[in-house]
Design a protein. Structure first.
Length: 236
């Protein structure tokens, strides 16, 4: 019964958000999606490629069952350098309290979520921060699942950004490695892994890792994303 009420609550919240869609926000999303279709990231040299590395904290793993995004953190990497531009970070408003388990993992409190901006506002601000750059995340399938669900629930439109997993490059650099968790990757690449399970700090760690990987793949002779895709296709 509790799970059913949780899902019903999520459906009601989603329907309210959809009914209150802002025409200006929808127009912005349409322009952004058009820009994404025109942008060719595959041929941009790694030295000139800007990506947005991001991380989310969630209440679980299944948005279709009522799990939700609590926070989003992101920073940009320009070539092999983490950008000095101000990063992105926001909690997302929720009336539903976080569990004690999630509070212990993330440090996020129910009071903080009640005072946070609404999901629709956060998502649009996040898209403005990303613009038409490609995205990067560690274990990106988790981020992709939630971003797809959130974008569709709020705006009835698809999540169109290219999303790369960090393993996209580590498979070339460390094909035989057993690196799985972010902690393991940070230890391997000499990255400070303090403040884990905070969306912004996790995004910064992942950004440092991505920058190091880009430097290494260019030393191996790969020029752009297209080169990497072609090589990985031959490895299958």
């Amino acid at each position: 019964m509790g799970q059913w009420l949780k899902q019903l609550s999520g459906m009601m919240t989603t329907n309210n958000a959809i009914s209150e869609r802002d025409p200006a926000k929808m127009a912005y999303l349409r322009r952004l999606q058009k820009s994404l279709k025109q942008q060719d990231h595959l041929h941009i040299p790694f030295s000139q490629l800007t990506v947005v590395v991001f991380d989310i904290e969630t209440t679980g793993f299944y948005p279709q069952k009522g799990d939700r995004i609590l926070s989003i953190g992101a920073t940009k990497v320009e070539g092999t350098k983490v950008s000095e531009e101000k990063p992105f970070y926001s909690l997302i408003k929720s009336e539903e309290p976080v569990s004690e388990k999630i509070n212990k993992i993330t440090g996020i409190t129910s009071n903080e979520l009640m005072d946070a901006p609404p999901a629709e506002e956060v998502l649009i601000d996040f898209f403005k921060y990303i613009h038409n750059h490609s995205l990067v995340a560690h274990h990106a399938s988790h981020e992709k699942l939630f971003m797809q669900h959130m974008t569709w629930s709020l705006f009835k439109t698809r999540f169109e950004h290219r999303l790369l997993d960090t393993s996209f490059l580590t498979k070339l650099i460390e094909p035989m490695s057993e690196l799985i968790t972010l902690e393991e990757c940070c230890a391997h690449y000499g990255i400070n892994a303090a403040n884990r399970h905070h969306a912004l700090y996790d995004a910064k760690m992942t950004a440092e890792m991505w920058a190091k990987c880009v430097d290494q793949v260019t030393q191996l002779g790969f020029t752009n994303l297209k080169d990497v895709y072609a090589h990985l296709a031959k490895m299958r």
